[in-house]
Write a protein that binds this ligand. Structure first.
Ligand code: NDP
Length: 400
């Protein structure tokens, strides 16, 4: 029996779990293991009557390697799908190593006390995973994730070399709140309040937060302001895609979101430095998370679409070429299907597909790999099948 252990039971995990249950030919058994077991039990109660996948649940503290090892040893999954937070990546990788179990995640490790996304901590496990004969698939969400698969696909089928990549992440959704984040608020705010950066000629170029703004007209959404951000897949794509001269990442934000964020920053609410409050140490950003709407509650209220993709420029047969690969996803359609908005959906579906690639042996090599290091074709086919169909444009408007 092929089994997957899913760690975490938040917004993204909920979608991945729904999708595993739709795909019970591959996922014959799943265990949902998270900090709050009642959430896992509630999902099991909802989904078990609808699927052949046998669902089990467990409580686990994923910061504790011994607890993880004990749970993996008792359930014996073929793969562990880490959908907790980036802080747990290394403890879960340690437990996978100890039990010789494959590992998949959607976000790179980040220490709690420094908001810095880098692959160096996880890449340091390469040799250990290789020796243990197991795979770690890093970054199997949308971005990172599908953006890496799109890049590998463009490289394989459309180009001899890719010189420029612009990753454009547009959320045209409206949840009606003046300020809320679409995924874990702590992770989201750490990401957008950090300095921006991009890679040019092999070097990082740093910008002030939100310093570089462009306007783009997204198919299915319309014209939006977008801002250059640092994003983790830039680091791996610049190494893994042949010929890269520059790679940038842009995300759209509305004016209301930015005004609120600036104000929260100005008063110190986005800080990750602990402060004393009434005799107790608290982290302002964690307190802010507690008062903001839970991203999982946005599903029923969010209308509109997302459009996420990559614009490639490079050479084919000696000629200049441009190519745009993207997916459009509708918030309300996601909600109807799995009870979540499109941000969780666009991450949870590729998480399930990544776990499927490993569990059925389609992707099979020992070591630690970013997603663009595997053959993109079966993943691209699965995106069309499992709810994230992609579109291509051979003459896109470019970002200056
Ligand atoms: P949520 O906060 O909704 O869910 C996180 C889950 O992890 C919760 O169920 C939480 O438990 C659980 N958890 C947290 N800490 C622990 C722990 N120590 N032990 C066990 N369980 C724990 O986050 P999201 O679902 O929005 O995001 C999940 C992941 O997906 C994040 O790493 C995020 O960065 C990533 N992501 C990736 C994207 C991509 O495109 N690549 C896009 C969006 C997100 P509890 O229920 O008790 O709080």
């Amino acid at each position: 029996m092929k089994k997957c252990m899913i760690i975490g039971c938040g917004g993204v995990a909920s979608v991945a779990i729904h999708k595993c249950c739709q795909n019970s030919e591959v996922f014959e058994g799943i265990m949902i293991a998270s900090r709050t077991k009642s959430k896992c039990d509630a999902l099991k109660e909802k989904l078990q009557p609808t699927t052949k996948t046998v669902i089990e649940t467990a409580q686990v503290n994923a910061d504790n390697v011994d607890e993880l090892i004990a749970l993996i040893e008792s359930y014996k999954p073929d793969v562990v799908l880490n959908l907790a937070l980036p802080y747990q990546d290394l403890t879960i990788m340690d437990a996978c190593l100890a039990t010789k179990t494959h590992y998949v995640d959607t976000a790179n490790y980040e220490p709690l006390d420094t908001a810095k996304f880098e692959y160096k901590w996880q890449w340091a496990y390469r040799e250990k995973f290789e020796k243990a004969g197991i795979t770690a698939l890093l970054g199997s969400g949308f971005d990172p994730g599908v953006t890496g698969v799109f890049s590998a696909y463009a490289m394989k089928h459309e180009f001899d070399e890719i010189n420029y990549i612009d990753i454009l992440d547009c959320n045209g959704g409206d949840h009606g709140y003046p300020f809320a984040t679409n995924f874990n608020p702590e992770i989201n705010i750490r990401e957008v309040s950090a300095k921006g950066s991009y890679i040019e000629d092999g070097k990082w170029v740093e910008t002030e937060p939100m310093e570089i703004k462009r306007v783009y007209n997204f198919k299915g959404v319309g014209e939006k302001d977008m801002y250059l951000l640092h994003h983790e897949e830039l680091e791996s794509l610049a190494l893994n895609i042949k010929g890269i001269k520059r790679i940038r990442f842009f995300m759209t934000f509305g004016q209301s979101y930015l005004t609120h964020l600036k104000c929260l920053e100005n008063v110190g609410m986005t800080s990750i430095e602990p402060i004393m409050y009434e005799g107790k140490e608290i982290v302002p950003l964690q307190f802010l998370k507690a008062v903001l709407p839970d991203p999982a509650s946005l599903g029923p209220r969010t209308v509109g679409k997302t459009n996420i993709g990559c614009i490639f420029r490079g050479k084919k047969d000696g000629k200049d070429k441009t190519y745009y690969l993207y997916n459009i996803c509708d918030h309300q359609e996601c909600y109807k299907e799995v009870g979540s908005q499109a941000i969780s959906y666009t991450t949870g579906v590729p998480a399930m597909i990544g776990a499927m690639m490993i569990i059925n042996g389609t992707w099979n090599k020992a070591g630690v790999y970013n997603i663009e290091e595997f053959d993109p074709d079966p993943f691209m086919e699965a995106l069309n099948k499992w709810g994230l169909p992609w579109e291509e444009d051979f003459n896109p408007v470019l970002v200056d």
